[in-house]
Design a protein around this ligand. Structure first.
Ligand SMILES: NCCC[C@H](NC(=O)CCC(=O)O)C(=O)O
Ligand SMILES: NC(=O)OP(=O)(O)O
Length: 312
């Protein structure tokens, strides 16, 4: 594998899940693989889980991780081609990506969308510029339109906790006060479409995601209907895709409650706002898998790094 920037980079999700489980059982088995190799982690946005679990994954493989908060600490990076750089940006991505490639064998990047300019967000400007101008593999640590490390983690977690052969998995929109990205939902959808699960999405009208991603996955505008016989409920807020980046609904009727969840397991990528997205009674119960998901971030990242290192 050359880069890991999308769920579509996974050739066979079932074999990836089995390999991730093997890594989880014996996390130091490949400690020699990353010897004398450096992983650079570049953050344009905040992180807790991705920042720590990806470093831990690198350490488990014997790699040396180095981390930088790009926004604020590095020089402002210019992405435009042919720009007269007489404004606020001091360094072009052409040099920046080439320079970081001198120090790192793999570069991992987090860069959220603007949520203002749909065309720019969908062009994946930052991730694609790193792919173009870096000379080493790129890992997506959540970009404008995808969070494939999270999607792989979620597929692994569902495989671990499924009690039936073809579980019913529901992705549910939930309320939030801020405009949030579509990335986590997109990668979860793409991962579920590759799995042997009964998968449905539920969201209010006006909140349908990109049809090029949802494809033929059923979308319910009635949450109660969608939750019937669910084995897993994955909650996530996203801002409107149709009315791009807007928060047109904060209706607490869509909050996930213990009563709605029934016997299903609850999943969320975290961070989660308690009693806005989901009530305490869910997060504080045995139905919640959020900590197990966070733990699996390490093994998903370790699998991705292992595959990249093997192909260096
Ligand atoms: N990496 C996991 C999710 C990151 C981001 N959440 C957030 O920005 C939450 C911020 C807040 O609750 O204020 C998202 O939805 O894509
Ligand atoms: N789930 C996730 O990506 O968390 P962070 O934003 O804290 O990295």
């Amino acid at each position: 594998m050359k880069h890991y920037t999308s769920i579509y980079d996974i050739d066979n999700i079932n074999s990836w899940i089995e390999e991730a489980k093997a890594i989880k059982t014996n996390p130091f088995k490949h400690i020699q693989l990353g010897k004398n190799k450096t992983l650079g982690l570049l953050f344009f946005n905040s992180s807790l889980r991705t920042r720590l679990s990806t470093q831990k994954a690198a350490l488990n493989l014997g790699m040396n991780p180095i981390v930088m908060n790009v926004s604020g600490d590095a020089w402002g990076i210019e992405f435009g081609d042919g720009t007269v750089m007489n404004g606020s940006t001091a360094e072009h991505i052409k040099e920046a990506a080439a320079v970081v490639s001198q120090y790192c064998d793999v570069i991992a990047v987090r860069a959220f969308p603007t949520l203002k300019n749909k065309a720019k967000d969908e062009s994946e400007q930052v991730m694609n510029a790193f792919k173009k101008y870096a000379s080493v593999p790129i890992v997506n640590m959540e970009s404008a339109t995808g969070h494939p490390l999270q999607g792989l983690t979620d597929a692994l977690t569902i495989s671990e906790y499924a009690k039936v052969t073809k579980p019913k998995v529901v992705l549910s929109w939930a309320p939030h006060i801020k405009a949030l990205p579509h990335a986590v939902a997109n990668s979860f959808i793409q991962a579920m479409q590759k799995m042997d699960v009964e998968f449905v999405i539920t969201n209010p009208e006006g909140y349908d995601l990109n049809p090029e991603i949802t494809k033929n996955t059923p979308i319910y505008h009635n949450q109660e209907e969608a939750f019937k016989n669910a084995d897993f409920v994955y909650a996530k807020n996203w801002s409107s895709y149709e009315d791009y980046g807007k928060v047109n609904k904060t209706d607490s009727n869509w909050m996930i409650t213990k009563a709605k969840l029934g016997g299903a397991k609850f999943m969320h990528c975290l961070p989660v706002r308690r009693n806005v997205v989901v009530e305490d009674a869910v997060l504080d119960s045995d139905s919640s898998l959020v900590i197990e998901q966070a733990n699996n971030r390490t093994y998903a990242a370790q699998l991705v790094l292992k595959k990249l290192l093997e192909d260096l």
